[in-house]
Design a protein around this ligand. Sequence first.
Ligand SMILES: Cc1cc2nc3c(=O)[nH]c(=O)nc-3n(C[C@H](O)[C@H](O)[C@H](O)COP(=O)(O)OP(=O)(O)OC[C@H]3O[C@@H](n4cnc5c(N)ncnc54)[C@H](O)[C@@H]3O)c2cc1C
Length: 468
Amino acid sequence: MSDSYDVVVIGGGPGGYVAAIRAAQLGLKTACIEKRGSLGGTCLNVGCMPSKALLHSSELYEEATHGMEKHGIKVGKVSLDLAAMMAQKDKTVGELTSGIEFLFKKNKVDYIQGLGTITGPGSIKVALNDGGDQDVSAKNIIIATGSDVASLPGIDIDEKQVVSSTGALELPKVPKHMVVIGGGVIGLELGSVWRRLGAEVTVVEYMDRITPEMDKEVSKTFQRILKKQGMKFKMSSKVTDIAKLKSKVKVSVEPAAGGDATQIDCDVVLVSVGRRAYTDGLGLDSAGIKTDDRGRVDVNDHFETNVPGIYAIGDVVRGAMLAHKAEDEGMAVAEIIAGYAGHVNYDAIPGVVYTMPEVAAVGKTEEQLKEAGISYSVGKFPMTANSRAKANLQTDGFVKVLTDDATDKVVGAHIIGADAGNMIAELALAVEKGLTAEDIAYTSHAHPTEMEAVREAALATEGRPIHM
Ligand SMILES: Cc1cc2nc3c(=O)[nH]c(=O)nc-3n(C[C@H](O)[C@H](O)[C@H](O)COP(=O)(O)OP(=O)(O)OC[C@H]3O[C@@H](n4cnc5c(N)ncnc54)[C@H](O)[C@@H]3O)c2cc1C
């Protein structure tokens, strides 16, 4: 006898748990299978949340060490209790993951702890974490198995000397020198954490700029700011070898275009070269579910795989590997299964780098608009001219709004600023709802807030900012 459901979700990350809750809200009998032993997936356990906890704590440490005097606050000797900082991060993670368990109970989602393998359309075998198997049948299966760390050929991640993001979230002591392979979001966030706590940090990046998918002006400015903070960069370079010695690691770096290798000695290497779709043990082959050339589960616009009744969402399918993208897809797929018109607008998904200052973007970059041959206007407003940023002594960065000349609609926005991650929300709403720069410009923005810079940038698309 197997337990039977309307919907079974495999994977309890932001994609999976949101899909399960939404399906249950819509009256569908729902279960979620998760093998990790706690809910929340990569994001809550080893991703977004522990990294944000350490980013906040390390920012406070850096402020206390040398950011307070300019505010007229004299601080005595500041010292770091890394174990306590890590314990605080772990406590946050524990509270958040058990919060999802509470939400499952509240919404009557059955939580099955174990590894789920699809054995055919509508049937799943679960190898239970507590031992034994459980057969589950479902009218609809949602694959939400997420992603895992990617490495480079020949590089062995031991999570001690050579770490992934997971190891970098729990180093027992501050390294003297950390080499970060990959100048993407995760490498720069975690590199910032350890630099603030006292490590020398060198980022090795294959391309000629960091976060290369960002608007070029933004990524160039971002790199300049990080360099000013003390982060070192080796651009257009590739790591060709890592030799682990007893007390140090020797990293061989060559120019990306070829040439002589140089060596960097360090004590920890962080490999942050991306993530890969995770489908191990899922039984894709035996269920006949197709994947693409990067191993991601192939889906159409309605999140359907090639096998009827089996859907997939989140990091395991195409698109940005972001928690809120997975959540949006989770809501949409549950609504589609329940007979509604679930939909995700991929043009309006914001991306944020949680460094200080933060960097945030939504919609198109200038490079993308040029390539598409779209005539556009740029409205830019520097944070140095924003009164609140000035009062807070946080004037690095700017807001840039891009509008389509044919319609005045906002088609892209890019922000560097202390609060960019929150500020981008207004512009995401503008892109999602097709608002114009004028709509933003004629909306009252509270004074004094950093958000006024968004209004000024909207005014600047028509050449009429007030405070510049
Ligand atoms: C260090 C770091 C920082 C990040 N920071 C951010 C951020 O600030 N903002 C942001 O938007 N994104 C961030 N991300 C990305 C974010 O974590 C992912 O995009 C998000 O977790 C994807 O959600 P998901 O539900 O698709 O998959 P996941 O969160 O990966 O969840 C999948 C779950 O499925 C389980 N699973 C897999 N196979 C099976 C199986 N066969 N049976 C049962 N269970 C299974 C796994 O154990 C896992 O818990 C970060 C990632 C990392 C690594």
